[in-house]
Structures are given as structure tokens and as C-alpha cells.
Design a protein around this ligand. Structure first.
Ligand code: F6P
Length: 381
């Protein structure tokens, strides 16, 4: 096994609470092994652009007291794919493959491995960098969306769910005071994990997710049934990627060559308008947006981030394999990058968490909510 002397860390894609914990864990566990740790700033931009401050030494002092902080001390970027990097040519922005600059940097600086912290996009890029000549690549799964295959959980998710749940708790009182329907849009891209978990934790009445195209008749039926039972308000949680049966996801802007994914957003407003139109109930919509990515990680995300960071250096020290660190059935293991990025992990339709919601009488916009007859004693309405 080749001896490791120096490693690099990068954080790419949308930030997630816990990134600083991973950086701290990688740095400290690498220092114990006598390795030097370099942090690449803003994804790979620090190396690609060769800025004076594009790479920072992550010594013990640099990672002191950062574990509880949101964001990332290295910065991040979701327009920094080195295989499709925006460069200026003749006054125009064009895409260029600049990955060889990164490979050369690893050679010149004699950096033995890369720890790439990212979601599916960033990990796919890291895997390609490995194929292009970066010596060893270990991925660390990060995303509030919780949609990475190959791991049961990603850090950042629990914090996003806690933030969204807190928002739902607060919205209950104002919804009740004004007898309104509050429609809350949460993040999650093409997966409904945040919506389902926050919706159940926060006592939502309706949860709409990308995995279950919704029927407005069902949504309104649920609201009317509550109304009939004297519950004159309702909380609807809608994932940004949710869509009506036969409809399309609502996008703010399409993806481009530098940023693969479309920017989703706007479904809550449409659902709220439709509820008012069909039921006559006053409604309001709001988009929680990047609040869900900000702030300090909750304790479970802090622990997960530290576990992942330490496991990344442990795998570098004890094996000569590459791959992504993951947690499966509670244990940390290394899975291939291919497995981790092959497909998105969406909410299975037979998952326990969906079943729990159905047993509680929540409406997912498909079948009639609850198993009780409308109007029956103790019907969940
Ligand atoms: O993937 C994380 C995420 O927060 C998604 O939930 C959301 O759709 C997207 O990133 C937003 O990206 P941006 O920060 O570019 O607006």
C-alpha cells in the first residue's frame, strides 16, 4: 500500500449543515497519522484558477472550533465542474474541460489522495477525476435531500428536517388563528424525504412529494373533511419537486451546461391558489428555501459528519481502495462511487414512513386519506 503523506479535501455542490464537521474530522484524524491536509477552496476552483488563497493548509488551528458551524470554511460551488468549466473566450463564456489542471496540481504538490465531500453531482465529478489521474479518491455523502444511493443517510438531512419541522410548528398557530390553509414548500429536489419527515413530525395534514403525483381533488377533499369536523385550518407540505397527475414539475430556471439541474420552485403558490379556487378557503404559501441549508447542524448530523470524516482517513490508511463512505444498517462502510451515483434514492412507495403517514390519516394526494369513514366517531378527518 503506498504511504500517504499529504491529502486534499474539497466541498462541492450545495452546502449542507455538517460540512465543517467532516473537514474537522478529516484534518484531525489525518494529523494523528502524520499527514498534511490541504483544503481546496470553492469546490475545485481554488486549484483550477490557481488563486493565491485557492488552497489552504488545514492544520490543527485551522479546524479548531468549527464543528458546530453551518456552511463550509472552504466555500462551495455548483458551477465548478472541471469537465465543463466556464471560461471566457473572445468575450463569450464557453465550457472547457480543465480537469488536467487538477490532476497536474496533485502531481506537482505530491498530494496522495482527495477526500471529496458532495452530493451526486460532486461525487460523480470526483469519480471522473479519479479516472483522469487523481491518485485516490474517497467520497463523503452530503446532501440535505438524503437522495444518495449507497448510503442509508447523508448528513445535513436531519438539520433540514428539524428546521422545516420548526417552521411547521410556528405556522400552526397562525393558520389556526386565521382559519387558513398554509402551504409550505420544502427542498429535496426530486426526492420527498424532507417533506415526508418534516410533514409527519410537524403534524401536517397533506404531504405532496415527487414520488406520488397528486390529485387536487384528493387534497381539497381532505381540507373539506377537516372543515366539516370543525378544523378550519390545514397545513400542506409540498416538496419542491412535487407535481400533479399528468403535470410537470414547476421550475424557476432550466439547468444549463454549467449547472446540470433545473432550479425548482413555485409549486406551493400554485397549490395554494388552487385550494382557494376550489374550496373557497383562504390560503397562503411560503417557500422555506435555503433556510433549510443554513445554521448549525443538529447533534445527529454533527456525529454523522465526524464519523464520515474519520472513516474517510481510516479507509485511506487501512485500505488501498477508493469509493464513498456510507452508513448502512448503522455501520460505516466503503461503497463504490459507481454504486453511490448510479441513481437517486427516492422515497419508496412501500416505505414505513409513508405507511405511518397513511395510518395517521394524512393525505398524500392520491388515495382517500385515512381508513375511517368520513364523519365516523374519531375519524382522523
Ligand atoms: O440539493 C440540495 C438543494 O438544496 C436542493 O434541495 C435544491 O433544489 C437545490 O439544492 C437548490 O440549489 P441552489 O443552492 O443552487 O439554489
Amino acid at each position: 500500500m503506498p504511504r500517504i503523506r499529504r491529502i486534499a479535501v474539497s466541498t462541492g455542490g450545495g452546502d449542507a449543515p455538517g460540512l465543517n464537521g467532516v473537514i474537522r474530522a478529516v484534518a484531525i484524524s489525518a494529523h494523528w497519522r502524520g499527514w498534511e491536509v490541504l483544503g481546496i477552496r470553492h469546490g475545485y476552483r481554488g486549484v483550477i484558477e490557481g488563486d493565491a488563497d485557492g488552497v489552504v493548509l488545514l492544520d490543527r488551528a485551522a479546524v479548531r472550533g468549527i464543528g458546530h458551524l453551518g456552511g463550509t470554511i472552504l466555500g462551495s460551488s455548483n458551477r465548478g465542474d472541471p469537465f465543463n468549466y466556464p471560461v471566457q473566450r473572445d468575450g463569450k463564456t464557453i465550457a472547457e474541460n480543465v480537469s488536467s489542471r487538477i490532476v497536474r496540481w496533485f502531481e506537482d504538490r505530491q498530494v496522495d489522495a482527495l477526500v471529496a465531500v458532495g452530493g451526486d453531482g460532486s461525487l460523480g465529478i470526483a469519480a471522473r477525476l479519479g479516472q483522469a489521474g487523481v491518485p485516490r479518491v474517497i467520497g463523503v455523502p452530503k446532501t440535505i435531500d438524503n437522495d444518495l444511493a449507497g448510503t442509508d443517510v447523508t448528513f445535513g438531512f436531519d438539520t433540514a428536517v428539524a428546521t422545516a419541522t420548526d417552521a411547521l410548528d410556528r405556522l400552526h398557530s397562525t393558520a389556526q388563528a386565521h382559519e387558513r390553509v398554509m402551504v409550505v414548500e420544502v427542498m429535496g429536489r426530486y426526492a420527498g424525504w424532507i417533506a415526508v419527515h418534516a410533514g409527519i413530525a410537524g403534524g401536517a395534514d397533506v404531504i405532496l412529494i415527487p414520488e406520488i403525483p397528486f390529485d387536487m381533488d384528493r387534497v381539497c377533499e381532505k381540507i373539506r373533511r377537516r372543515e366539516a369536523r370543525g378544523r378550519h385550518f390545514a397545513i400542506v407540505v409540498v416538496a419542491e419537486g412535487a407535481k400533479a397527475v399528468g403535470g410537470e414539475m414547476v421550475v424557476k430556471s432550466d439547468g444549463d451546461e454549467f449547472r446540470g439541474h433545473a432550479r425548482l420552485g413555485g409549486i406551493a403558490e400554485r397549490v395554494a391558489e388552487e385550494i382557494t379556487r376550489r374550496t373557497g378557503k383562504e390560503s397562503r404559501s411560503l417557500v422555506l428555501g435555503h433556510l433549510q441549508r443554513g445554521g448549525s447542524p443538529v447533534a445527529t448530523d454533527r456525529v454523522l459528519a465526524l464519523r464520515f470524516g474519520c472513516a474517510a482517513t481510516r479507509f485511506l490508511a487501512e485500505t488501498d481502495a477508493g469509493g464513498m463512505v456510507s452508513v448502512r444498517r448503522g455501520a460505516v462502510e466503503l461503497v463504490s462511487m459507481e454504486e453511490a451515483t448510479r441513481h437517486l434514492r427516492t422515497v419508496p412507495l412501500d416505505s414505513g414512513v409513508l405507511q405511518t403517514g397513511r395510518d395517521l390519516g394524512l393525505c398524500f394526494g392520491d388515495e382517500p386519506a385515512g381508513t375511517f369513514l368520513p364523519g365516523a366517531p374519531n375519524s382522523p378527518g
